[in-house]
Write a protein that binds this ligand. Structure first.
Ligand code: SF4
Length: 437
């Protein structure tokens, strides 16, 4: 990505403000941070526009696989900026299954979904594998899967006629897996004709150069690379080599998302972990158990959370367990992990509570307090907005970590404030003691 100064050199430098920025330099800084588009300046010359578009294109192409964006990354480490497009996980469905068994298999894939910190973690794709070797049967299996699964799909076959039949059986634009050296021409033609992305099965990074250049010569770029790594070490080494060369050296043949097929079992999960950490965009499992899926999906969530934007819940009043006009009122920050931890501990107590969430821009209690975002005025405003004090005359409980603001808060809301616990895990005991008095 060019620097702000490099962008600035190509701008008209008239400071006309038509882009909404006070100066061309301010606009250039937004461009270099990817917070503005070059089209926002109506006065850039076409030639400069092309130079800027070329220079600012992400070093890894974004490939759309049935609505899931893969690649498009601009950095090697997420703390440098952020990662953009989370890795997708697919589970295989064999076309040797009959229609009933396919429906059961799809139901299983759908069951790999977990509600965690207000988000749904789930398997993303079904990958239909042509084990039968029969084109008609493969097309039937694709139709069966698509009738039960409305997400993106992969079609896997080593036979061009089977791939062609499967592509025609759906309007989903599946990812075609995959073209090796021998199948390249036939598969690229099918992919181009049907506007589908295509996985290239490469013999390591060197083989990828050869296949990508041949595909690009045919005018095709919707490419996902499978480097055919055989173990964890190769996955780490090869995917790192490819991504470093793409981002640091702008090496064009490596400017594509990468994928792995990992089989099933512990080693498959370990490889998927490696691919999640180091640059994979898609992993296809033969099978994945739910106890393997939850930690893997959680890892993905961690890696692909923007480190500069904490996950947050909305400022609002959350009734827990049917509270009434005498129920305790608790409050905390809108950092998702704080909210869900406190909520779970209140639920454990079995005591109905009004929980007021205060917008602290996603900061946890002590951090928000230190940053001046959990002051009594802000808390009183949140109470006023939700009207919680008129809904209950129960005790108002302040988190123990910010006891020092209790006096000022009492003054502002005109109600006595009870000091709560420092740790969320102590909430059930505290609530029981408080309500039994
Ligand atoms: S619209 Fe273009 S020329 Fe005008 S201030 Fe913005 S960047 Fe500069």
């Amino acid at each position: 990505m060019p620097t702000a100064i490099e962008f600035f050199k190509l701008l008209p430098k008239t400071n006309c403000k038509d882009c909404g920025q006070p100066t061309c330099l301010a606009f250039a800084m937004l461009l270099s941070n990817q917070k503005a588009k070059i089209e926002d300046c109506p006065h850039v010359k076409q030639e400069a526009k092309e130079t800027l578009a070329e220079a600012s294109a992400p070093p890894v192409k974004t490939v759309d696989v049935g609505g899931i964006k893969m690649g498009g990354e601009t950095v090697l480490y997420r703390h440098e900026r952020r990662f953009n497009n989370p890795i997708a996980y697919a589970l295989t469905v064999s076309d040797s299954l009959d229609s009933v068994a396919i429906a059961e298999r799809v139901a299983y894939i759908k069951s790999l979904a977990f509600d965690r910190v207000g988000m749904i973690f789930k398997a993303d794709m079904a990958s239909i594998r042509n084990d039968s070797g029969d084109a008609e049967n493969f097309a039937r299996a694709v139709k069966d899967v698509c009738s039960a699964w409305d997400g993106p799909i992969v079609i896997e076959s080593t036979d061009a006629a089977c791939i062609e039949a499967a592509v025609k059986a759906t309007d989903r634009k599946p990812l075609i897996y995959g073209a090796d050296k021998d199948r390249l021409e036939a598969y690229v033609n099918i992919a181009k004709e049907n506007k589908c992305p295509l996985a290239l099965i490469c013999d390591g990074p060197e083989g990828a150069v050869e296949l990508v250049e041949a595909a690009e010569k045919m005018g095709f770029q919707d490419i996902i690379l499978d480097l055919s790594a055989q173990n964890l070490k190769e996955t780490l080494e090869e995917q790192t080599i490819v991504r470093r060369a793409a981002i640091k050296k702008k090496f064009k043949p490596f400017a594509y998302p990468m994928m792995n097929k990992v089989g099933s079992g512990e080693y498959a999960v370990a490889t998927a972990v490696m691919s999640t950490l180091k640059y994979g965009s898609l992993v296809i499992f033969d099978d994945l158990k739910n106890y393997e899926a939850l930690p893997l999906f959680t890892l993905r969530q961690n890696i692909y959370t923007d480190p500069q934007v904490p996950i947050q819940v909305k400022q609002d009043l959350y009734p827990i367990g049917n509270p009434d006009e005498h129920s305790p009122i608790m409050f905390t920050t809108n950092f998702s992990l704080t909210y869900f931890t406190v909520r779970a501990d209140i639920e454990k107590s079995k005591i109905p509570v009004w929980l007021q969430i205060v917008n602290t821009e996603g900061l946890s209690v002590l951090t928000a307090y230190s940053a001046g975002k959990f002051e009594p005025e802000r808390i009183a405003d949140a109470f006023a907005e939700s009207g919680v004090l008129s809904k209950s005359d129960g005790p108002v409980i302040i988190p123990g970590l910010v006891t020092r603001i209790s006096g000022k808060l009492q003054e502002l809301i005109g109600r006595k404030v009870v000091v709560g616990t420092n740790e969320s895990r102590d909430i059930p005991k505290h609530l029981r003691e408080l309500t039994s008095q």
